[in-house]
Structure formats: C-alpha cells, structure tokens
Design a protein around this ligand. Structure first.
Ligand code: AMP
Length: 219
C-alpha cells in the first residue's frame, strides 16, 4: 500500500506520517529528510540542493524523480511505503504514477491531505525546532521537548531549520500554493484523496487518519 501525505509546510505531515509508519510498519520516505541528510553528508546531491532548500524553493523534478526511484528500490519497501513531501508538483505526480505503474505497487492507494489555515502555519513553523540527527520535530508551544533544546528521542541539540525563518516560511507557502496545491484536485479526480483538519490536535488528527487507513488496509 502506498500512502502519500499532502499539505502545506507545517501542516504536520512529518509527525503524522511517522506515527502511521510506526503503527503499520511501513517505511516513511521523507524527501525533505533525505535531502537534508545529503546536505549534511556533503554528497554531490547535497551540494547541488543546499542553497535551493535554504531559499525555500523546490528542487527540480528530474532530480526528485531519481531520488524517489532509487529509494523505492531499497529492501525495506516491501508491501508499501508512506511518502512525506513527494510528489509536490504536477510533473512529479504524473511521473510517480508512471513509475508505479511498472512496479508491484501499481498506483497511489491513498492521499492524506492535511488542511490548515495559513496564519496557523506561519505560527507553527516559527515555533518548530528540529533534530538534525534523527529528524524529530518539536513545537515549542504544543509539543515541546522534555528538556529545552534537547531531542527527546536521541539527545542531540535541537535547531531551527534555516527555511523556518519567517520570510522563508512565507515564500515556501507561496511555492506550495502555486506548485503543490493543484495536487489536491489531481488526487481528488483520481478518487484517492481524503481530507483531514490538520488544525486539530496531533492526537485527534492521528485518530482520524488511522480510522481511514485501517479501513483501507482491511479492504
Ligand atoms: P520539507 O522538509 O518536506 O519541507 O522539504 C524541505 C525542502 O526540500 C523543500 O523546501 C524543497 O527545497 C526540498 N524538497 C523536498 N521534497 C521535495 C520535492 N518533492 N520536490 C522538490 N523539492 C523538494
């Protein structure tokens, strides 16, 4: 089963996708995390994308298609995967459909669309702190770490992502509106979109998503 998490930056895609991944034992494929790891490792890919990511704009579709194609071939992707942050443009969505059609996955089974009003997103992203070591995210207001500045999961020091500063956040939301939001209609037309109110609490959103996924798994 392939599940895509769709929604604006700060909607909670990473948090919810991690929970679903843990509950259903499916790997979470976060293209943002993969790119950040490449930047941290200083690989060719990382060097190419670092300034693009800091500016809050999108990496080109061909590069992203290759990153995802290679990741789907890894051993842990057996019965399914959870995509967090991909596809993000119409070209990526169409390319992804074409790629899947030639694999045992066939097609995207479910798109979890997390809808959150824009003013809440700016507030959330500027309160976000991330762990550069394990990728965990915290909200200083709603979901703070037990010890200030320290990751609960692995003990590394938390940072504010370069692209979570207020001006870059506004630019990323504009990129989302222009390039990614059209995928809501794309997947609705394909009959696989489920909308969730991402402004609810983390626990309530998860319960709602879990209900839909457990039904889909049983079907
Ligand atoms: P995220 O953590 O998903 O917000 O991604 C952080 C940054 O990585 C984005 O602002 C883009 O620069 C880049 N990125 C991640 N996923 C994609 C994608 N599917 N297409 C293009 N760029 C991406």
């Amino acid at each position: 089963m392939l599940i895509v998490f769709l929604g604006p930056p700060g909607a909670g895609k990473g948090t919810q996708a991690s929970r679903v991944s843990a509950k259903y034992g499916m790997p979470k494929i976060s293209t943002g995390d993969m790119l950040r790891e490449a930047v941290a490792a200083g690989s060719d890919l990382g060097q190419r994308v670092a300034s693009i990511m800091d500016a809050g704009v999108l990496v080109d579709d061909a590069t992203m298609a290759q990153v995802v194609r290679e990741r789907l071939l890894k051993e842990d992707v057996t019965t399914g995967a959870i995509l967090d942050g991909y596809p993000r443009t119409r070209v990526q969505a169409e390319g992804f459909d074409a790629l899947l059609a030639g694999t045992r996955h066939g097609s995207v089974d479910l798109v979890v669309f997390l809808d959150v009003p824009e003013d809440r997103l700016v507030e959330r992203l500027s309160n976000r702190r991330a762990c550069p070591s394990c990728g965990a995210n915290f909200q200083l207001d709603l979901n703070p770490p037990a010890k200030a500045g320290v990751c609960d999961r692995c003990g590394a020091g938390l940072v504010q992502r370069e692209d979570d500063s207020e001006q870059v956040v506004r630019d990323r939301l504009e990129v989302y509106r222009r390039q990614t939001e059209p995928l809501v209609a794309y997947y609705r037309d394909h009959g696989v979109l489920e909308r969730f109110d991402g402004a609810d609490s983390i626990g309530d959103v998860f319960v709602a998503i879990d209900e839909v996924i457990s039904r889909a798994v049983r079907a």
